[in-house]
Every structure is written in structure tokens, then in C-alpha cells.
Design a binder for this molecule. Structure first.
Ligand code: B12
Length: 215
């Protein structure tokens, strides 16, 4: 079990918009053998959520939000490679992306890393990925699953575009389309005809494993 002091140090680094302090806290947490996923879930995510709330209430402004995000990214870039990889062999190919119009990447990166740790062949296309490019790549790579992340109400429509685009080209059944991100929900997934919705990276892995078993 990780010491509360370690979580607090990392949380406070994000809350004070300090990437250097986040790196320092992450390095000492790693040295203390803290669990990387626990650090992400119990320190980084609550801290960036708190910053997001302050931004929504206009208590802070975009430059602070950007600095806090930099602190989270600096820490996750040290933690994500440490997630233990299990077993041998490679499972299905999964294309992961943040949808067109959306540059939020932290959650998408966590999803991609967790899938890699579970031996999926992950093609991470990055952020603000054009719907047609995403589908072209999924076809080229013979992917089984597409994971699409959207963090804003204004970009939810891009998730629907993926499902609609596949239907319009007769390719809908070739891929399981999984969606996630802040404003998404099971209701939204049902509404747009996505195959699954997940609240976190564990759900992304669970659903991908389910569709990997499908013929
Ligand atoms: C960090 C951040 C930023 C950073 C992003 C940095 C980066 N490199 O990623 C920066 C500063 C760049 C930014 C910019 C903007 N942001 Co911003 N941002 C956030 C913030 C605070 C945190 C997001 C985050 O990283 N969370 C942590 C991760 C771990 O969580 P997550 O992404 O939800 O992912 C988890 C799950 O959702 C799930 N998941 C994610 N994807 C998927 C996919 C699948 C398939 C599955 C199964 C699961 C899954 O698993 C993940 C891990 O557990 C949120 C507030 C919030 N609480 O979400 C606002 C927020 C998303 N941003 C917001 C806004 C408005 C903006 C800007 C428009 C601001 C502006 N005026 O310019 C721009 C957008 C630019 C654009 N075109 O995209 C709003 C959106 C409001 C809305 N509902 O539409 C929010 C909600 C803040 C707010 N409350 O007002 N932002």
C-alpha cells in the first residue's frame, strides 16, 4: 500500500501547476516502489479533476490548466512505461485515438498503455484525428477494435461520425467501436450505436478483451 504522503506530494505538484515538482514526486514514488496505476488513479486524476472544476468555475484560466496538464503529462510519461506487461504473445490490433476537434490526450494515453500492458497491438493515432484517417488506418491495420476518446460536448459528435462513417461504407461489422471520455455515457453509446462505453482504462481493457474473443 502506498503511503498517503506520496500521493499528497504528487497531487500538490499538479495543484500548484509545477511540472518539476511532479517529476520529483514521481521519481521518489517510483523509488519507494509505489504502484504506477494507483498513483495515476489516486493522485493525478483527482488532482487534474480538481483543476478542471476550478477552470469551469473560472477561478483559474487556461494557462494554469495547461501548466497542470503539463505536470500530469510529465508524471505519466514516467509512470506509464512501468505498468507491468503480462504474459507472452500479441493479441488483436486496437486503434486508439482522440477524436477530431479534440486535443485532450491524457486519458487516451492511459487507455493505450493499459491495452499495451495486456499485450494488445496498439496503434495510437494521437489527438484530433480525422474520422476518415482513423477508419482508413483501422482497415489498413486489420484492427478488431477502435477506441475513441472525446472530452468535450462539442466533440461528442465525432464519435457518432465514426459509427456513421463505418455504416455508410458497409464496414460497420468489421470493428467494435468503443467510446469513452468525460461527457460520454452508456446512454450516449446506445444512442449512436457504439459497441461499448467505458468509464476508465480498466473498462477499455475489459471491453476490448470481450470483442477480441468475438469471431
Ligand atoms: C487537462 C485538460 C486540458 C489540457 C489537455 C492537455 C493534454 N495534453 O491532454 C488542455 C489545457 C490542453 C485543455 C484544453 C482545452 N480544454 Co480541457 N480539460 C482538461 C481537464 C482539466 C482534464 C482532462 C484529463 O486529462 N483528465 C484525466 C484523464 C485521466 O481522464 P479522461 O480523459 O476522462 O480519461 C479517463 C476516462 O474518461 C476513460 N477514457 C478516456 N478515453 C477513453 C476511451 C475509451 C474507448 C474508453 C473505454 C475509456 C476512455 O479512461 C481514462 C483513464 O481512466 C478537463 C476536466 C476534466 N475533469 O475532464 C478539461 C475539459 C475537458 N476541458 C475543457 C475545455 C473547454 C477545454 C478548451 C476548449 C479550453 C479553451 N478555452 O481553449 C481546450 C480544448 C481544446 C481542444 N480543441 O481540444 C472542458 C470541456 C467542457 C465540455 N464539457 O465541453 C473541461 C471539461 C473543463 C471544464 N470543466 O470546463 N484541457
Amino acid at each position: 500500500m502506498t503511503d498517503q504522503k506520496i500521493f499528497n506530494e504528487l497531487k500538490n505538484a499538479v495543484l500548484s501547476y509545477d511540472a518539476d515538482a511532479a517529476v520529483k514526486a514521481t521519481k521518489s514514488a517510483i523509488q519507494a516502489k509505489a504502484n504506477p496505476m494507483e498513483l495515476i488513479e489516486k493522485a493525478l486524476v483527482p488532482a487534474i479533476d480538481k483543476v478542471g472544476d476550478k477552470f469551469e468555475k473560472m477561478e483559474i484560466f487556461l494557462p494554469d490548466l495547461m501548466l497542470a496538464a503539463d505536470a500530469v503529462k510529465a508524471s505519466t510519461s514516467l509512470l506509464l512505461p512501468l505498468i507491468p506487461k503480462g504474459g507472452k504473445g500479441v493479441k488483436a490490433t486496437v486503434v486508439v485515438a482522440t477524436v477530431q476537434g479534440d486535443v485532450h490526450e491524457i486519458g487516451k494515453n492511459i487507455v493505450a498503455s493499459m491495452l499495451m500492458a495486456r499485450r494488445f497491438n496498439v496503434i495510437d493515432m494521437g489527438v484530433d484525428v480525422k474520422t476518415s484517417d482513423l477508419i482508413e488506418e483501422a482497415k489498413k491495420q486489420k484492427a478488431k477494435v477502435i477506441c475513441a476518446s472525446a472530452l468535450m460536448s462539442s466533440t461528442l459528435g465525432s464519435q457518432k461520425d465514426i459509427v456513421d462513417f463505418l455504416a455508410s461504407t458497409g464496414d460497420r461489422k468489421k470493428f467494435a467501436v468503443l467510446i469513452g471520455g468525460g461527457p460520454t455515457s452508456q446512454k450516449w453509446a446506445d444512442e449512436i450505436g457504439a459497441d461499448g462505453w467505458g468509464k476508465d482504462a480498466n473498462d477499455a481493457v475489459r471491453l476490448t478483451e470481450k470483442y477480441d474473443k468475438r469471431k
